[in-house]
Design a protein around this ligand. Structure first.
Ligand code: PMP
Length: 361
């Protein structure tokens, strides 16, 4: 019998650490660990899924034409330049599978989203980390990390878990500066929460070497449906479509996303509430000696004195049924990432941190 081994690099992949959703012994918790929409999905998306239920014996669309048209209409983009995936995670995977292989390098930044490294390794490529500066992407450091073997440069903007972001000018500098043989991928999963930010759409429209990634998991409240999309020049979208499974998006997922993208009132009211509450919570925590950088997404990165204090506060919050996210894996051991929940949840977090800071420990 031969020895069956996975491809080189696969066993170097650390399993993705998702946000917890339970606390042993507690029946009621508030989950603030995965940057989900605390107000749920649009009622129109729920209705669309119900309406689709009777057709579940049929295969869904293979080309996602209706969803791409809806996205194109709302964002003012050419639907032919859009690809839809099972979350933006799947498009990250398509990019690595199509453009990076053994001997190639995939750059991401020190606190960048963890899937880039997983997908790069899965493709047999070498992940390369560029340092950040004060929890912000450092354009010069990213460009300095580029070599003739660089194929993909992933920038999370706004950053996860930092919630900081680069300006349109800085993104332009990256697009200008990456090697000719590399693509700049602007992962704008949280774009909707950053006032005045187009997600990199204008840059990806103007440049042939830019890909923008978006998702329905955050502002649209469809994390459970798994719908994301990418936007780039037609040639790149054509390449990615060649490795895409023909029925990657399920019928309910497609219908939910089509309804959600048209429900502007629902998304806009969540964005406004998030903007209000993230300032409120950041101010309360800062008053308690827990600072965070000005946040641009639907979470804040709360900084503690050291890793021990962050760990102790995490445990204290959990004992009160508040589940937030440790971000050790992102080289931020002294911080906790806290999703902005509804007003009651934010008040509970502020009260709990106050009790933790005041407690005799
Ligand atoms: N990019 C970033 C920066 C994220 O935070 C996430 C979700 N955690 C994703 C991509 C993937 O999102 P999804 O696959 O749900 O679209």
């Amino acid at each position: 019998m031969g020895k069956i081994e996975p491809q080189p690099g696969i066993m170097d992949i650390a399993l993705y650490q998702g946000g917890a959703s339970h606390v042993p012994g507690l029946s009621e918790v508030i989950k603030l660990s995965s940057n989900e929409n605390p107000f749920g999905p649009s009622p129109k998306a729920i209705e669309a899924v119900r309406a689709a239920a009777g057709s579940m014996h049929r295969y869904p669309s293979t080309d996602h034409a209706a969803l791409r048209a809806a996205i194109g209409e709302v964002h003012g983009l050419d639907p032919e330049r859009i690809i839809c995936g099972v979350g933006s995670d799947e498009i990250i995977h398509f990019l690595c599978q199509s453009y990076a292989g053994p001997g190639d390098e995939v750059i991401y930044t020190e606190h960048g989203f963890s899937m880039y490294k997983i997908s790069a390794r899965a493709a047999g490529a070498t992940p390369v980390v560029a340092p950040e500066h004060d929890r912000r992407v450092d354009v010069a450091a990213v460009l300095a990390a580029c070599t003739a073997r660089t194929r993909l440069v992933f920038i999370t903007n706004p950053g996860n878990p930092t919630s900081t972001m680069l300006s349109a000018d800085e993104l332009g500098q990256l697009a200008d500066g990456v090697p000719e043989t590399a693509l700049l991928v602007i992962d704008s999963a949280y774009a909707e929460f950053a006032a005045g930010y187009d997600g990199g759409a204008a840059l990806a429209t103007a440049r042939d070497n830019v890909v923008m990634l978006r998702t329905f998991s955050k502002a649209y409240g469809l994390g459970g449906m798994r719908v994301g999309w990418g936007y780039s020049q037609r040639g790149i979208i054509d390449v990615l479509n060649r490795i895409r499974g023909p029925f990657n998006l399920s019928l309910p997922a497609l219908k939910a996303a089509e309804a959600a993208v048209h429900d502007r009132a629902f998304v806009d009211s969540y964005i406004a509430e998030n903007a209000r509450l993230r300032v409120w919570l950041a101010d309360r925590l800062a008053d308690l000696g827990v600072p965070s950088d000005p946040a641009q997404a639907n979470f804040i990165l709360a900084r503690f004195a050291d890793a021990a204090e962050a760990e102790a506060c995490d445990a204290f919050l959990q004992s009160r049924g508040l589940i937030v996210r440790r971000v050790n894996g992102y080289n931020l051991p002294a911080a906790l990432r806290i999703t902005i929940g509804d007003e009651a949840a934010c008040r509970k977090v502020a009260e709990a941190v106050a009790a933790f800071k005041g407690a005799d420990r």
